[in-house]
Design a protein around this ligand. Structure first.
Ligand code: NAD
Length: 488
């Protein structure tokens, strides 16, 4: 056991696992570098093994009965304390996450990290205010009870690691489960800071654990654990399938929030200023956002007007260091991911798609890729059908409402969809017909934490958010009492 820490932008970050409220190191480590300057090594992070996974699950299993036995009010106190500590440490967390995954520091400070605190508060309150469904039937009084399910494994991706991890851990903990979190190996550091706060909030040992390491090593060991009772995953459809197979082997319920290829549909009657302003947001975080509407599908009569406005707005984007306030587009996370994004663009252009703007890396020595817009030769083009997860959008046109809906539904994904129109009835028809877990009309990225969230098709399995998440992390029981039963 050790307390290895490394200095990341002036913040001391522990590089080990966190099991039973103690930092644990591994014999092997992996290098974590900054996308802002790839020559900058941030840390040598513990590279977890099957043994570490086993230890963490044992800790979560041992801690489970006492945590599950607390009232929702008692658990809520811990969660609120953790939320307060996140708010008090926004600056430190934002500094580390900015260096580690290159998200804009202003966005982290103002939006993303405070949202993590809100995740804990919202689920604490929701679990506490649960009112079981009750009804009478067949001479019995019926009630739906929630019972904590057990140790829960949470596996998260490299984009927005702090917020996305808390989005899943908060409901699991509020529901009375203990947690083992494994963040992604490309941005592991901010979740380590979260464990410092777990300790400061005096969570009982073993309630909230963290293991670091590779997906196909410690990640695979965690999801293969028969003692785990829930698995919650966010990441790519490919990994989602693998985790689904592992979960099925032990009959463990799992949810998977997976990739997206959202349609962004603009009708001729839309407020074009609003639509183009929202369209340019699709380049935020260098397009590494699962919810983004990356397929721009506009009515043919406004195509040129829309393109001119979008081009003008996109020219105002500033590619730069994510720590600078003026920067609007950060670098991509990793050289491998950069090569993947660049490969999509090169194959698209080689196959005959048309480049409308962008398409190049910004400088030879960095991971910045220009905001790019491509007009595909047809709807089957790879650039339309597969998630790029970079600053690359496509532009397609439609002639009729039916064609707009057909194009919107023409991929295997179904995470989000956006539609811009001034006609409420048209929007409602779109909302009814389009296959996506979330549909935004004349807006983007408005989130209500009590709403169900998840994907259709290869964008996900199951729903989290609000009571949907608390139900998932619980075993629901039907409790039936014959009506004449008396007290005593
Ligand atoms: P990924 O699937 O490569 O990795 C995600 C996590 O899974 C990482 O922690 C990784 O270590 C782990 N992992 C990999 N193989 C594993 C295995 N065999 N067993 C257990 N764990 C394993 O995804 P990524 O590249 O980190 O993230 C990008 C993807 O995530 C994109 O497709 C994006 O759309 C998606 N995403 C979805 C949402 C959503 O809410 N739907 C949110 C953010 C990101």
């Amino acid at each position: 056991m050790s307390e290895d820490r490394t200095n990341v932008g002036g913040v001391a970050v522990a590089t080990g696992h966190f099991i039973n409220n103690v930092r644990v190191s591994s014999h092997a480590t992996f290098e974590d570098r900054s996308p802002l300057d790839w020559s900058l090594k941030l840390a040598d992070v513990a590279r977890g093994t099957a043994r570490d996974a086993e230890m963490a699950v044992s800790a979560a299993l041992d801690a489970f009965p006492a945590w599950a036995a607390l009232s929702t009010k008692q658990r809520a106190k811990y969660l609120h304390r953790l939320a307060d500590l996140i708010d008090e440490n926004v600056e430190r967390i934002a500094t580390v996450e900015c260096l580690d995954m290159a998200m804009l520091v202003e966005s982290l400070r103002l939006r993303v990290i405070p949202r993590a605190a809100r995740n804990f508060r919202a689920y604490a309150d929701l679990a506490e205010s649960y009112e079981p469904r009750q009804w009478a039937s067949n001479g019995t009084h019926n009630m739906v009870l929630r019972m904590p399910a057990g140790p829960t494994v949470v596996i998260t991706p490299w984009n927005a690691p702090f917020m996305l991890s808390t989005w899943k851990c908060a409901p699991a903990l509020a529901a009375g489960n203990t947690v083992v979190l494994k963040p992604a190996e490309w941005s592991p550091l901010s979740c380590s800071l979260l464990m410092d706060l777990v300790l400061e909030a005096e969570f009982p040992p073993g309630v909230f654990n963290l293991v670091q390491g590779m997906g196909d090593e410690v990640g695979a060991s965690l999801v293969a654990e028969a003692r785990v009772r829930r698995i919650s995953f966010t990441g790519s459809p490919e990994t989602g399938r693998r985790i689904g197979v592992a979960a099925a082997k032990n009959l463990v319920p799992f949810t998977a929030e997976l990739g997206g290829k959202g349609p962004f549909v603009v009708f001729a009657d839309a407020d074009l200023d609003l639509a183009t302003e929202k369209a340019t947001l699709m380049y935020d975080d260098a397009g590494q956002v699962c919810l983004a509407g990356t397929r721009l599908i506009v009515e043919a009569s406004i195509r040129d007007d829309f393109l001119e406005r979008l081009t003008n707005l996109t020219e105002q984007h500033v590619l730069g260091d994510s720590r600078d306030r003026d920067t609007t587009i950060s670098p991509l996370i990793h050289p491998d991911h950069f090569a993947r994004v660049e490969g999509f663009v090169q194959r698209s252009l080689a196959a005959g798609d048309t480049l409308l703007f962008g398409g190049e890396r910004l400088k030879d020595d960095g991971l910045w890729f220009e905001p790019t817009l491509i007009e595909p030769r047809d709807n089957d083009a790879e650039i339309v059908q597969r998630e790029v997860f970079g600053p690359v959008l496509t532009l397609q046109t439609f002639e009729s409402e039916a064609e707009a809906i057909e194009l919107a539904n023409s991929t295997k994904y179904g995470l989000t969809a956006m539609v811009f129109t001034s006609d409420q009835k048209k929007a409602d028809r779109f909302g009814q017909s389009v296959r996506a877990g979330t549909i935004w009309v004349n807006c983007f990225l408005v989130r209500d934490l009590t709403a169900p969230f998840g994907g259709i098709g290869i964008s996900g399995v199951g729903r989290e958010g609000g009571d949907y998440a608390l139900d998932f992390y619980s075993d629901l029981k039907t409790y039936q009492v014959k009506e004449e039963t008396t007290n005593g």
